[in-house]
Design a protein around this ligand. Structure first.
Ligand code: NAP
Length: 259
């Protein structure tokens, strides 16, 4: 399907690996020029060069931590005038309700709520001026079905979800669509680190931890970054122009709910 976005320009935050990379690659395949970002520059430069080479799009990179004020400034500077924004950052660590104090919550809110809000606030005006824009926030299945050990993530991401519910309706009249993509378990470094926590807690191997988790998913496997990226690119397409303020779950059927 021609997504109708060839020649547009996108910022994809936290995109040297995992789900962010999946989104960057699917947009590149649709002919979208990219600004890619991650803290470390090795994987970032390698993936940027690969996408540029494989898809013939222009790719700029900004190596920095998007959760810091300086990082946001550098990325926003490089991304002025983008048509598409994909927000993303690493997720907070798992734990027990009694582990977390104020500083832990501030860190999680900064990374997974206030950072995407800062990017939207900076880049939505340019999209509104052009009368066209797409924003996809990578959140989590935990927005729909909170995961007990991910209390920091549950708290920050539901805050972002509430913000998007209002803001998406305020910018839709200008041809700008904001939606959230909610990953269930996907085969990335993040899933490896969660599985390794479970493996050491339960005294089982990584393979067993993975197999146990996959058995709880009706699709009986983890999602791939390519599947996730394809959904993101569709939400950024011309065809997705009537999809506003939605929370779309990609979880292989793991969450059993009607809404
Ligand atoms: P991942 O495989 O660990 O990849 C994270 C990517 O983000 C890397 O490119 C990393 O590069 C970059 N990054 C991390 N923190 C950053 C920061 N502060 N500033 C700039 N770049 C940063 O993670 P993932 O699985 O793709 O997960 C992406 C998001 O989806 C996370 O918030 C995660 O919690 C959420 N999620 C994932 C799953 C899953 O199953 N994978 C499920 C639910 C929710 P550097 O390390 O070099 O910065």
């Amino acid at each position: 399907m021609d997504l109708g976005i060839q020649g547009k320009r996108a910022l994809v935050c936290a995109s040297s690996k995992g789900l962010g990379l999946g989104c960057a690659e699917a947009l590149a395949e649709a002919g979208v020029d990219l600004v890619m970002n991650a803290r470390g520059s090795d994987a970032l430069e390698a993936e940027a060069a690969r996408l540029q080479n494989d898809y013939g799009v222009k790719v700029n990179t900004v190596a920095c931590d998007v959760t810091t004020a300086e990082g946001q400034e550098a990325v926003i500077d490089a991304a002025q005038g983008v048509d598409i924004l994909v927000t993303n950052a690493g997720g907070p660590p798992p734990g027990l309700w009694s582990d977390w104090d104020r500083d832990d919550f501030i860190k999680a809110l900064d990374a997974n709520m206030l950072t995407p809000i800062a990017f939207m606030k900076a880049l939505l005006p340019g999209m509104i001026d052009k009368g066209w824009g797409r924003v996809v926030n990578i959140t989590s299945q935990s927005v729909r079905a909170p995961i007990p050990a991910l209390g920091l993530s549950n708290a920050a991401r539901t805050g972002l979800t509430g913000y998007v519910a209002g803001t998406s309706r305020q910018v839709a009249p200008f041809g700008v669509n904001i939606n959230n993509l909610l990953p269930g378990i996907h085969a990335t470094d993040r899933a490896n680190s969660l599985d390794s926590g479970v493996a050491s807690q339960q005294g089982i191997s990584m393979d067993e931890a993975r197999a146990n988790r996959a058995a709880t998913i009706p699709a009986r496997r983890y999602g791939t970054r390519q599947e996730f990226g394809a959904a993101c690119a569709f939400l950024c397409s011309q065809q997705a122009g009537f999809i506003v303020g939605q929370n779309i779950l990609l979880d292989g059927g793991a969450g059993n709910m009607t809404m």
